[in-house]
Write a protein that binds this ligand. Structure first.
Ligand code: HEC
Ligand code: HEC
Length: 164
């Protein structure tokens, strides 16, 4: 089912209406937006809601979509990370997530140290900008034109930030 990696993001985004329709009739969404569960735990919970709590009307195809949505957004940071990596390929050479602008990052950021220097980092866009400025000031990193810098920051923010 999750064989269309790039597609998944917009699919799950669409599914929020479905979840709203199915899940906010008996209790508010607060009941589950505080939860951080794996997909398996969400599935167990849905089974329990249907067997024990009178949740009705989840068609098989909707259940998958509801599960996609819940397990994507209401899960642990570790699980989000795993899903993110699963949706993308990793570059064999550097370990970078292969996504928009990754070539630019590979070209500009792996000459002096390996990508391992930053693959584990989870920084906000502002913090990434500071790190880059620090390297430009002290470590001989070249200045980028603003378009290049923006693209590099877009990538780092999307994949190596707390929300990535
Ligand atoms: C038919 C009514 C009904 C619907 C619809 C419903 N629930 Fe529930 N839900 C309950 C009841 C009853 C409880 C248990 C009592 C409580 O905690 O308020 C509960 C509890 C929960 C809990 C807390 C479980 C726990 O371990 O404390 C979660 C999470 C939850 N529901 C998620 C959902 C999701 C996600 C959906 C949509 C797929 C949904 N519910 C739809 C009735 C419903
Ligand atoms: C001109 C060489 C050079 C290039 C190119 C370069 N860096 Fe660095 N970078 C360094 C040096 C030197 C250090 C500090 C010494 C070390 O930690 O190895 C460093 C450290 C870092 C750190 C660790 C900072 C810390 O607080 O410990 C991160 C993260 C980082 N670089 C990311 C990047 C990114 C992202 C790019 C691409 C925009 C990049 N680097 C390009 C030279 C470079």
């Amino acid at each position: 089912m999750l064989t269309l990696p790039g597609y998944w993001a917009c699919l799950s985004y669409l599914n929020w209406e479905l979840v709203k329709g199915y899940c906010t009739g008996c209790h508010s969404a607060m009941k589950f937006t505080q939860q951080k569960l794996t997909r398996d735990r969400w599935q167990e919970l849905l089974v329990w809601m249907q067997k024990e709590q009178g949740l009705k009307g989840l068609f098989a195809e909707d259940e998958v979509k509801v599960l996609d949505y819940l397990s994507r957004h209401y899960t642990t940071e570790e699980e989000k990370r795993k899903q993110l990596v699963k949706r993308h390929k990793l570059d064999e050479e550097t370990g970078l997530i292969v996504a928009d602008n990754w070539i630019l990052v590979k070209g500009n950021c792996t000459g002096c140290h390996s990508a391992r220097k930053f693959l584990q980092q989870r920084l906000s866009r502002e913090r990434w900008q500071e790190v880059i400025q620090w390297m430009q000031k002290n470590q001989g990193l070249v200045k980028f034109d603003s378009d290049t810098e923006n693209k590099i920051l877009n990538y780092l923010e999307a994949y190596y930030s707390p929300q990535g």
